[in-house]
Design a binder for this molecule. Structure first.
Ligand SMILES: *[C@@H]1O[C@H](CO)[C@@H](O)[C@H](O)[C@H]1NC(C)=O
Ligand SMILES: *[C@@H]1O[C@H](CO)[C@@H](O)[C@H](O)[C@H]1NC(C)=O
Ligand SMILES: *[C@@H]1O[C@H](CO)[C@@H](O)[C@H](O)[C@H]1NC(C)=O
Ligand SMILES: *[C@@H]1O[C@H](CO)[C@@H](O)[C@H](O)[C@H]1NC(C)=O
Ligand SMILES: *[C@@H]1O[C@H](CO)[C@@H](O)[C@H](O)[C@H]1NC(C)=O
Ligand SMILES: *[C@@H]1O[C@H](CO)[C@@H](O)[C@H](O)[C@H]1NC(C)=O
Length: 406
């Protein structure tokens, strides 16, 4: 990784090229280089706060060492003054791409460094002068499901105050695999359907999804445990977690966090793969038990089972859509529907074969279609209205045809 002008604070203005691959080509993006020199706790130019400051809101799952896991975890807080920097710990993966924003202005992206200090906000930050409010809000999100960050300290301007950022009133939990973690989408978690759905509705959310995992508790594509075990843990099933915690992850303390109002489960594609040796009978039995356990954790929650219809085949000259674990997911619904908290969302027809990339995952458009359909379903089914529409949700999706001269 090459830093341009990293030696001094001016590095905020310098740009480094990074690569996001689009149809085999490098997409032309420039991410600001935010790395600055380290900040001592008693540095007169800054006020430093510890990672356990009560004003900090960690979104998604973070462990007792302030290390992030799963898809799209984030950190949000309010602040006074004119600058924000963060010291990242040794468990921050080098080059991890994070999205960040001031208030609800457009997302910006930057690659982090292990144990580095990064300044995200200064008076030069685009949009800084658009508001004269006495305090502003800052949000940071990790794009990659497997990489993570560790927060070691927050730095604001000298004498500035750290504040709680506003929160949405509702909370959604999404439980899945690669199809829900944004794998192979442009900005990964920040291009995924859970991200698009929850940000468009305006809800707090956690995306407990990890590529390759099964619902059934067995080793699937290198993930040692299935979601029926791992979902109750803080850590995901990735190599970072295994390296740090071995086979003993920290149990997730559900009572220390707000209950989910709505749980969306989109899981079973890896159970369905013969490579992983899960029988459909075991999947069915596990799914019924798992749905009950999740509901026991949050007895007031509603649970939506999202069907798996992401496979397409060519039948002569026609394309056809086929499902995965179709009868089993319907049977889970049929078994539990009398209890009044389970719902079945049929995804047939939402996607077409060209909404799936060559590596069998939703394209950016595929993610958007699924999110939009689910959003309307949730509004109609539960009477939820949108909280705070307007700000950018998906980055780099503004393309248009303004050519009038056909
Ligand atoms: C920044 O992160 C992106 C996404 O992971 C990666 O493709 C790119 O190589 C990184 N760039 C640098 C300069 O580290
Ligand atoms: C934060 O951690 C420090 C040191 O571990 C401890 O002394 C302090 O009480 C903690 N603060 C809060 C708000 O938990
Ligand atoms: C905001 O205003 C300050 C003071 O006039 C100026 O130095 C800074 O460049 C402005 N920021 C932007 C992004 O225009
Ligand atoms: C879980 O969180 C609750 C509420 O903050 C707390 O009272 C309880 O001690 C925690 N349990 C464990 C095992 O840490
Ligand atoms: C697959 O599962 C069956 C039934 O549980 C078991 O007998 C068999 O050994 C398993 N095969 C592999 C390769 O794990
Ligand atoms: C995968 O799902 C399809 C469609 O529901 C079903 O026909 C098939 O038996 C399943 N295979 C496995 C191995 O679970």
């Amino acid at each position: 990784m090459v830093f341009i002008g990293a030696a001094f604070l001016l590095s905020l203005a310098s740009l480094i090229s990074s690569s996001i691959i689009q149809n085999g080509q490098v997409r032309d993006v420039n991410f600001p280089n935010t790395k600055i020199e380290s900040i001592a706790v008693n540095d007169a130019g800054w006020t430093t706060f510890a990672p356990n400051a009560t004003e900090l809101a960690y979104k998604g799952r973070w462990d007792s060492k302030f290390i992030s896991y799963w898809s799209s975890p984030g950190l949000k807080f309010g602040f006074t003054g004119d600058k924000v920097a963060i010291t990242f710990g040794q468990h921050t993966i080098a080059k991890v791409l994070v999205g960040y924003r001031l208030d609800t202005q457009d997302w910006q992206f930057t690659n982090l460094t292990t144990s580095g200090v990064h300044q995200f906000i200064s008076p030069k930050t685009p949009g800084f002068n658009l508001s004269t409010a006495p305090s502003r809000n800052f949000e940071l999100r990790v794009t990659n499901w497997g990489y993570g960050v560790q927060i070691s300290g927050i730095h604001l301007a000298a004498g500035a105050r750290l504040l709680k950022a506003p929160t949405y009133t509702r909370n959604i939990e999404i439980i899945g695999d690669s199809l829900s973690s944004g794998q192979y989408a442009s900005y990964e978690g920040l291009s995924s359907w859970p991200w698009a759905l929850c940000n468009a509705l305006g809800t707090e959310f956690t995306v407990s999804a990890y590529p390759g995992n099964c619902l059934v508790d067995t080793e699937c594509w290198g993930n040692l445990r299935g979601q029926s075990y791992q979902w109750f843990q803080t850590q995901d099933t990735g190599w970072r977690s295994t390296q740090l915690y071995g086979k003993n992850p920290e149990p997730w303390n559900f009572t220390a966090h707000p209950a989910a109002d709505l749980v969306i489960i989109h899981l079973g594609t890896n159970d369905n793969n013969t490579h992983n040796n899960v029988s459909s009978a075991t999947y069915l039995k596990t799914y019924i038990e798992f749905a009950r356990k999740v509901h026991d954790v949050w007895p007031k929650s509603q649970i939506i089972l999202v069907s798996l219809f992401n496979s397409f085949w060519q039948d002569g000259a026609d394309y056809r859509q086929s499902g995965i674990m179709v009868d089993e997911i319907k049977q889970v619904f049929d078994t539990l529907k009398g209890e009044g908290w389970i719902h079945y969302f049929d995804t047939r027809g939402i996607l077409a074969h060209n909404d799936i990339g060559p590596q069998w995952h939703y394209t950016d458009i595929g993610n958007v279609k699924l999110a939009s359909a689910l959003m309307q379903y949730i509004r109609m089914k539960f009477g939820w209205e949108v909280e705070g529409a307007g700000p950018e949700i998906l980055h780099d999706t503004l393309y248009w045809n303004d050519e009038p001269g056909y």
